[in-house]
Design a protein around this ligand. Structure first.
Ligand code: ATP
Length: 252
């Protein structure tokens, strides 16, 4: 799957970082890349979310970004109290964490991060990135962080806490989500001027799948096979999760 980045090259975060050209990421052109990029030691992706539950959409975007940018690892960072979803009950963190662990068990490049679930209060991406960057520096390294986000979440970036600081701590890999709009260069210029170098748009995968849909299907007694890993299906059944889903009115 190719990538399309807007504007000039993505700058490394520090002396130990690597330029995007080193990763085969084509910038400012058709966005096609030559294929998987060799692993860049220390390069770390972060996929934050509620993961209620984790599904194959999460796993596929993480794998796509990992392979395309040559990330050494991708951290799955479940939110404790998600700042963007204050209005619906969230499944307790231990269940969401357990399902992530089951889902990523077979991929040595995927790791769970408990940073947000172990922290009191709302989880802001900028705080998490600060902590990760300081941790790398404390061990004598230079942070090389890529925040993975879907396009429809990315367009909310101007409303997030301290977006400028966030973009100084990481670059962002934006993946499309089927059926939702995708921002482009003009949007970036209008809403986050000067961010071109920090944002990479990938052109896939394009999956019309959400945790909401999974929860609704479980509540409706429908199969979720092939939408979440088998071990997660078993966990959901064993713990009787999602038997009722508030506001279940549309397609399951
Ligand atoms: P919900 O339906 O409960 O809102 P979700 O499926 O969007 O959940 P989250 O845990 O909120 O899942 O997502 C974490 C991150 O993964 C977000 O950036 C989200 O936009 C992204 N994401 C989730 N599903 C997809 C998908 N099918 N394609 C691309 N990105 C996705």
């Amino acid at each position: 799957m190719g990538t399309a980045a807007v504007g000039g090259p993505v700058t490394p975060l520090g002396a130990g970082g690597s330029a995007p050209g080193d990763r085969g990421v084509s910038l400012g052109d058709t966005g096609r890349t030559g294929g998987p990029h060799p692993v860049v030691l220390g390069a770390t992706g972060l996929l934050g979310g509620t993961f209620d539950p984790i599904h194959v959409g999460h796993l596929m975007i993480a794998e796509e970004v990992r392979e395309t940018l040559g990330l050494e690892r991708v951290l799955f960072v479940p939110a404790g109290i998600p700042p963007h979803k204050p209005d619906r009950p969230i499944t307790p963190a231990p269940h969401r964490v357990a399902m992530i662990e089951l889902a990523i068990a077979g991929n040595p490049a995927f790791e769970l991060s408990r940073l947000e679930v172990d922290r009191a209060g709302p989880s802001y991406a900028v705080d998490t990135l600060e902590l990760l960057a300081s941790d790398v520096r404390a061990r004598g390294g230079e942070p090389d962080l890529t925040f993975i986000v879907s396009a429809e979440a990315f367009v909310e970036l101007p409303t997030w806490r301290d977006p400028a600081r966030l973009l100084s701590l990481c670059r962002m890999a934006v993946v499309p989500r089927a059926g939702r709009g995708s921002p482009g260069a003009a949007w970036l210029d209008a809403h986050i001027p000067g961010s071109h170098e920090r944002v990479i748009f990938l052109d896939g995968p394009n999956l019309d799948l959400s945790a909401t849909r999974i929860r609704r299907r479980v509540a409706a007694g429908r199969s979720i096979r092939y939408l979440v890993p088998d071990a997660v299906i078993a966990y959901i059944a064993d713990h009787a999760l999602y038997r009722t889903e508030p506001g279940r009115t549309d397609r399951p």
